[in-house]
Structures are given as C-alpha cells and as structure tokens.
Write a protein that binds this ligand. Structure first.
Ligand code: TXA
Ligand code: MG
Length: 321
C-alpha cells in the first residue's frame, strides 16, 4: 500500500478514504491520531493491525460537536458536563458509558468509551466532513513515542496506512488527559495538557493515585510499554547527570543527554526546553532524534511535577521502564 501525503486542504479526499473503510492519520492539538470510522468494526480492526497494537487496548473516539456526545454515550454525569463546558474542544478525554452504536472493537469489550472533541481545526473539519465519529489512537507504532509531525507518522507507518494529512507540528506534543467519569470521585487515568490542578478547580476531588493504578490498571493502555524510543532511557536528577554520563561512556555506550544545560561529555546533547510547555512540545521529537543518531542510552534530567510537569514525568517514567 502506498501512503499518500495530503495537504490540510484535502479534507474531502481524506474523508473519502475513511468512508471507504481506510486509515488516515491526522493532526490534533496533542499528537497525530490514526483515524478510522468509529462505527465500522472492520476499519477499526485495521488500526490495531497497522500499529501492532494489543487487541485489548481500546481507542479514543473523536467528535466535532458537543451535540454528538449523546449519540454515542449514555447520560453524562454533571461533573462530566462541567468539564466539557470548560475544556472542550481541547486535550481532555472522558470515559463514559457507551451506547450500542460503538462497536466492541473500539472499546475492546468494555461498556465504556473514551471520547474527545479536539481543538485542532483540521481534525474538526475532517470529522464534520465524514459525518461519523473517528476512532483514533496515536499514529505511532505501538510502544513508541507518539508522532508530533507528519514525518514521524511516515517513519512508523509508511506503507501501512492509506494517507496522512500534514498539519505541521502539534501544539501540545503530549497526549490528552484521560479522566474516567464512571467512578465517584472521577479517576485520572492519564495526565496530560489539562492539568490536575485545572480539573480540581472545576470538579473538586479526583482520584489520581498513579501507583495503585500501575498495580491494577484501570486504563488498559497503562499496562503496556509506552512512549519508548529504541534507546534506553535513564532519568536522573540534575546534580547526578555528569556522573551518569561518565559511567555510561566508560562502559563504551553511545550516550545522549537531554537536559536544561550540558553536563559531562555526552556523544549527543539536546536542550530539553526552557519551559514546561516547550519541553512537552519537543519531548517525543527529541526522543526520536536520539534514535536517528544511534544513541544507546539517553540520560534525561528530571523536572518538577507541578502543572504540566506531571504529564511530562509520567511519559518519561514510562519510557524509562
Ligand atoms: O491526545 C490523544 O489522546 C491522542 C489523540 C490522537 O487524540 N490519542 C491517544 O490515543 O493518545 P491512545 O490510543 O494512544 O491512548 C488512549 C488511551 C489508552 O491508554 C487507552 O487504554 C485509554 O485511552 N482508553 C481508551 N478507551 C478507554 C476506556 N473505555 N476505558 C479506559 N481507558 C480507555
Ligand atoms: Mg498511544
């Protein structure tokens, strides 16, 4: 299969492919998604195959209008409505009880479905033009870092999908925040661009104990290797960076360093970013860059966990597992 590269204006072509059961990767404000018609179980099945995704890891369904939520989910609790009013369109995914129109291939047999209304205009237009919701996991090979530009998608999936819409670099660079609204209090399943602090301001209490979830994953995706480049990732506090680099180099490793400033004598150094917004935006692209330089080990400087730091450190810890 030849993968077509479409421009942002070629929405009709992309929609046509999706209507015929094909796969189109498209930009969102978080990362690129690999889209299929969410109401077509055969098309959805192709997504798992193209990504090499485990068959028990469900997908997020993307809609383009709040009014469409009621078509695919049962009544949303009041707290969900409050979050929707404040954060949609945007990088927040809500887990709600599903209606029968959503095939079990999307949710892997769960009674719930993950739903998101993206802010990215290209994504919105694509969903609108299709006239059906789009199921889309991140458009990377399963286990690797998510794609934040069209070339990342092609590096992973060229020849395995019908098309990718090139919408340039994504704004946030990390996946959406996922909150399970079927528990009381709601449960944070994945931190993201919408922070815990922001969510608490709207609905008060939220269960966010990541360690417990790691033991008994509530979100199926949490149990798999994730976000990992080919190189091994090691996290380190600032003051230990140069020692870590020296040790690894003594062991004849090709060492990469991603930190606020250079420490020791790594083979490749990439500045991690000055602000958390910048760190998040470039994180996956940087991990991919180290792989292209054939680095064996990437030493990464730990950052503080306040605000967006929570999502960044969550991804880095998973990448380092
Ligand atoms: O920003 C994003 O969320 C991107 C863009 C494309 O929207 N999508 C994305 O999808 O990151 P994916 O498949 O890589 O991550 C979806 C996460 C997985 O951890 C999955 O297990 C969880 O959402 N999930 C999906 N449906 C679920 C459900 N019914 N219950 C619990 N977790 C669910
Ligand atoms: Mg993913």
């Amino acid at each position: 299969m030849q993968t077509r590269i479409l421009r942002k204006k070629q929405i009709k072509e992309a929609a046509e492919i999706l209507k015929n059961g094909g796969l189109v990767a498209f930009p969102t404000e978080t990362v690129y998604g690999l889209g299929a018609n969410a109401l077509d179980s055969t098309a959805v099945g192709r997504v798992y195959k193209a990504k090499g995704r485990p068959a028990d890891n469900p997908m997020i369904v993307h809609i383009s209008d709040k009014k469409d939520l009621g078509k695919i989910t049962k009544r949303a609790p009041d707290k969900a409505k409050k979050l929707i009013d404040r954060f949609w369109p945007g990088p927040l995914t809500l887990i709600l009880e599903k209606k029968d129109v959503i095939p079990s291939e999307v949710t892997c047999g769960l009674k719930t479905v993950a739903v998101r209304l993206p802010k990215n205009k290209t994504a919105q237009k694509l969903i609108q033009t299709c006239g059906f919701p789009i199921a889309a996991p991140s458009a990377n090979k399963s286990g690797g870092p998510s794609p934040t530009k069209a070339t990342h998608v092609l590096d992973d999936l060229d020849g395995r999908i019908d098309a990718v819409i090139d919408g340039g670099n994504t704004v946030h660079g990390l996946e959406s925040t996922v909150v399970d609204m079927t528990t009381d209090p709601p449960t944070l399943l994945r931190p993201g661009a919408v922070t815990l602090e922001q969510i608490r301001r709207i609905i008060g209490e939220i269960d966010s104990n990541e360690k417990d979830h790691a033991k008994a994953p509530k979100s199926p995706g949490m149990k798999y290797r994730h976000y990992s480049p080919k190189a091994r990732v090691i996290l380190s506090e600032r003051k230990m960076l140069s020692e870590k680099v020296r040790e690894l180099k003594a062991g004849k490793k090709n060492v990469g360093l991603m930190a606020k400033t250079k420490a020791g004598n790594p083979d490749t150094f990439i500045q991690i970013g000055r602000t958390k917004v910048e760190i998040a935006k470039n994180l996956y692209g940087n991990l991919r860059l180290f792989d292209s330089k054939k680095v064996d080990v990437i030493v990464v400087e730990e950052i503080d966990e306040a605000g967006r730091g929570h999502a960044i450190m969550n991804r880095l810890r998973r990448a380092a597992q």
